[in-house]
Ligand binder design. Structure first.
Ligand code: PA5
Length: 408
C-alpha cells in the first residue's frame, strides 16, 4: 500500500489493537465473501468491464467535444464522489466545465443554472439510483423544459440528456427507456456513498478531464494490497477503539485546500455508514491552516471528546519559494509541513489523539487508493460496532416525511 497511515499518535494500547485484528479480519472476509448485501463495491475495481469503461470514456469524449457545460443533477452519493475528485485531481485532458445541481432547494442557485444553460452549449446528466429523490425530481423537471426550449424539440433535448440509474427500477429508468437517453447503470448491490467507482463517479470525472483509468488502477491495487493481511485495518480498529474510549467526534483535517470536498465525501461515507443505534463518530472536517485560526482554539483547549485524523500530501508536485522577507528562501510546502508538525506537537501536548494519513502525491492513482481504503476501513469500523454500514434508514425517514408534507 502506497498510502502511509500512522496511528501511533492516537496513543492506543498496541495489544488491544492486535487483539481486535481477528475480529476486523472476519469483517473483511464478510465484505469479500460476496454473500453480504450491498457489497458490490468491494470487488468492483477488480471486475471493471473493459468494454463498458471504453464506452463510458467515448461518451465522455463526445460530451467534452460538444458541450461547454455539463450539468450533473445528483445528490449525496450520486454527487459527492465526483465533485470531490474534480476539485482534487489534476486534469490530463481539456474538460468541459462540470456543475452540480439538485444539491439543495436554493432558489438563487436554480436561477443561476437556468441562465447558464440558456447561454452555454449544455449536456445534462441526471444521476439517481432510486429515481425517487425529491431534490433530483425538482431539479430535473425544471431543467428539462429549459433544454427543450434551447434545443427547440423534445427529441433534440433528449439527445443531450444522459441518465445514470438502476438497471430496471425507479421512475428515472422508465423515463430513460421512453426517451432513449444515453444511459449508464449503478449496480443494484452498490449504495450511493460507495458508488464513486461506478459511472455515477466516473462519468463526471472523465468529462472534467481526470484520468479515470489511473484512479481505477489505484483502487484495484489497494483492493489487492497485502497490507490487509497485516496492519491495513488498524485505522478502522483504532476508530472503533476511540469510540470505546469515549471519543464521539473525529476531526478529519485536510492540509491541502484541494481536498476540501473530499472531506464532504468522507462526511457522508462515515456519517451514513456508522451513525446508527446511538453509535458512530461525528465526522467533522477542517481545512488547515485556515481553520487553525478559528477551530484551532477549540482543539487546543476545548472539550476533549474528539480525536484528529490529518490527511496530507507528501509531494505537492512543484515548488514555490518565498522570494523575500523573513521567510525568504523557504518553500511554501516547507511551511505547510512545519505547520503539520507543529499542530501534531501542540495538540499531542494536551492529550489530543492524532492519526495521520499521507498520500505520496495528489494524483488519480493515489487518490483511487485513498478512496478505496476509506470505504473499506469505514465499513470495517461500522461492522466492529455491530451496525450495518450499508443502509440509511435515517435518510429515508426525512425523505418520507418531506413527501408527506408535500402530499406526494
Ligand atoms: O448514500 C446514499 O444512498 C444516499 O446519500 C443517496 O446517494 C442519496 O440520497 C441520493 O439518492 P439517489 O441516488 O437514489 O437519488
Amino acid at each position: 500500500m502506497n498510502l502511509n497511515v500512522n496511528i501511533e499518535g492516537l496513543g492506543l494500547d498496541k495489544e488491544k489493537i492486535l487483539q481486535t485484528r481477528a475480529e476486523a479480519s472476519k469483517a473483511l472476509d464478510r465484505l469479500w465473501s460476496g454473500q453480504e448485501d450491498m457489497t458490490g463495491w468491494v470487488q468492483l475495481p477488480l471486475q471493471q468491464d473493459e468494454q463498458e469503461l471504453e464506452y463510458l470514456l467515448n461518451v465522455a469524449d463526445i460530451i467534452r467535444e460538444e458541450a461547454e457545460l455539463f450539468v450533473v443533477v445528483g445528490i449525496g452519493g450520486s454527487y459527492l464522489g465526483a465533485k470531490a475528485a474534480i476539485e482534487a485531481l489534476p486534469k490530463v485532458e481539456r474538460g468541459a466545465e462540470v456543475k452540480f445541481f439538485g444539491i439543495n432547494f436554493c432558489t438563487d442557485y436554480y436561477r443561476e443554472i437556468i441562465e447558464e444553460i440558456k447561454n452555454k452549449r449544455t449536456i445534462l446528466c441526471v444521476i439517481s439510483k432510486s429515481g425517487n429523490t425529491t431534490e433530483i425530481k425538482a431539479a430535473f423537471e425544471t431543467l428539462k423544459p429549459i433544454m427543450e426550449q434551447k434545443y427547440k424539440t423534445k427529441e433534440e433535448a433528449s439527445k443531450r440528456i444522459v441518465a445514470i440509474t438502476d438497471v430496471e427500477k425507479g421512475g428515472l429508468r422508465k423515463e430513460t427507456d421512453v426517451n432513449g437517453y444515453t444511459n449508464f447503470i449503478i449496480q443494484d448491490d452498490i449504495g450511493g456513498r460507495y458508488s464513486v467507482f461506478t459511472p455515477a463517479g466516473l462519468l463526471p470525472m472523465a468529462v472534467s478531464g481526470i484520468d479515470v483509468r489511473e484512479l481505477l488502477r489505484g483502487a484495484k491495487d489497494m483492493a489487492q494490497s497485502t497490507a490487509w493481511d497485516n496492519d491495513g485495518m488498524d485505522y478502522a480498529i483504532c476508530r472503533h477503539l476511540m469510540q470505546q474510549e469515549g471519543k464521539c467526534i473525529e476531526a478529519i483535517e485536510m492540509t491541502h485546500s484541494r481536498l476540501g470536498y473530499l472531506g464532504e465525501w468522507i462526511k457522508q461515507l462515515y456519517g451514513e455508514s456508522e451513525g446508527k443505534n446511538g453509535q458512530g463518530l461525528w465526522p467533522a472536517t477542517l481545512t488547515f491552516s485556515t481553520d487553525l485560526h478559528s477551530m484551532g482554539q477549540y482543539i487546543q483547549q476545548g472539550r476533549q471528546n474528539f480525536f484528529e485524523t490529518i490527511i496530507s500530501i507528501d509531494d505537492p508536485g512543484y515548488t514555490i519559494t518565498i522570494p523575500q522577507g523573513d521567510l525568504k528562501g523557504r518553500t511554501v510546502d516547507e511551511l505547510n509541513k512545519a505547520m503539520i508538525e507543529g499542530v501534531i506537537k501542540a495538540h499531542r501536548s494536551v492529550g489530543v489523539p492524532v492519526a495521520e494519513i499521507h498520500l505520496p502525491k495528489l494524483d488519480a492513482y493515489h487518490y483511487g487508493q485513498l478512496l478505496y481504503y476509506l470505504e473499506t476501513t469505514c465499513a470495517i469500523t461500522a461492522m466492529l460496532a455491530g451496525v450495518n454500514p450499508f443502509d440509511q434508514p435515517g435518510v429515508e425517514a426525512y425523505k418520507a416525511e418531506m413527501r408527506k408534507i408535500l402530499g406526494l
